[in-house]
Design a protein around this ligand. Structure first.
Ligand code: U5P
Length: 224
């Protein structure tokens, strides 16, 4: 079976060292004994660094998205460096290349693909395309809340939420390069139309192992 794991871009920043990445690489290898994982890496701080600089130089929003995509692809290449023969040797750049790469039977690692969305939306599209049995969204927050927990201390976390309620909560979001939060509307639409089982949880090594390999319940499950 195939699964999609979106890895939060927060793993990749200017302080990241090879030990940290190696821990993830070992875990991905372990997961690949059970599943064919498609790993999608976010852009993280380095993407925002480039996006902000380019924005102040006058680049338009879709141009900035393309920069974000390039950085997320570079992050993918870091994991590819360590996964070596366990993975497809390059990050596929569109859904067709994903389908072809999938035939290798190897782990796939990629970043963003199309402008105007986040790697969350990309991950949902990839999950749809490859017939993934699950979409694991390892992110910076520990689930979906009824309001932003970073600004509202009384925010309540959902253990499960249906996709329509999720759309209502997220409707008020901004859509600018580098600011597509948590789950954007595109990802929710895809989850809905393909009835894609999705779990949103906090991205740590331990959590990923528990939720993917030990089927622990954590974070928020999006039900359709
Ligand atoms: N991005 C896209 N399309 C993708 C993935 C990423 O346009 O498929 C751009 C967005 O501007 C996004 C940035 O905010 O790259 C970094 O990705 P992320 O870390 O927000 O997912």
């Amino acid at each position: 079976p195939r699964i999609v794991i979106k890895l939060s871009g927060s793993l990749f920043n200017f302080e990241t060292n090879s030990e940290q990445l190696n821990d993830y690489i070992q875990l991905i290898k372990k997961i690949s004994n059970v599943y064919q994982p498609i790993i999608v890496t976010g852009g993280g701080k380095i993407a925002r660094f480039y996006i902000n600089l380019s924005r102040s130089l006058g680049m338009d929003e879709s141009g900035l998205d393309l920069i974000g995509i390039q950085v997320s692809q570079l992050n993918a290449r870091l994991l590819i460096s360590g996964l070596a023969e366990y993975c497809y040797p390059l990050p596929p750049r569109n859904l067709e290349e994903i389908s072809v790469a999938l035939l290798s039977g190897l782990v796939l690692v990629t970043g963003g693909i199309y402008p105007g969305q986040s790697t969350n939306a990309t991950s949902a599209l990839i999950a749809e395309r490859v017939g993934a049995t699950k979409f694991y969204n390892a992110t910076d927050v520990d689930g979906i809340y009824d309001s932003d927990p970073r600004t509202n201390p009384d925010a309540k976390k959902y253990d499960t939420i249906n996709v329509q309620d999720c759309v209502n909560i997220l409707k008020s979001e901004k859509s600018m390069a580098g600011t597509y939060d948590l789950m954007d509307l595109i990802s929710l639409k895809v989850i809905e139309r393909s009835k894609l089982p999705t779990i949103v949880f906090k991205s740590t090594l331990d959590n990923i192992e528990k939720v993917v390999l030990e089927k622990d319940k954590m974070g928020t499950e999006i039900i359709i």
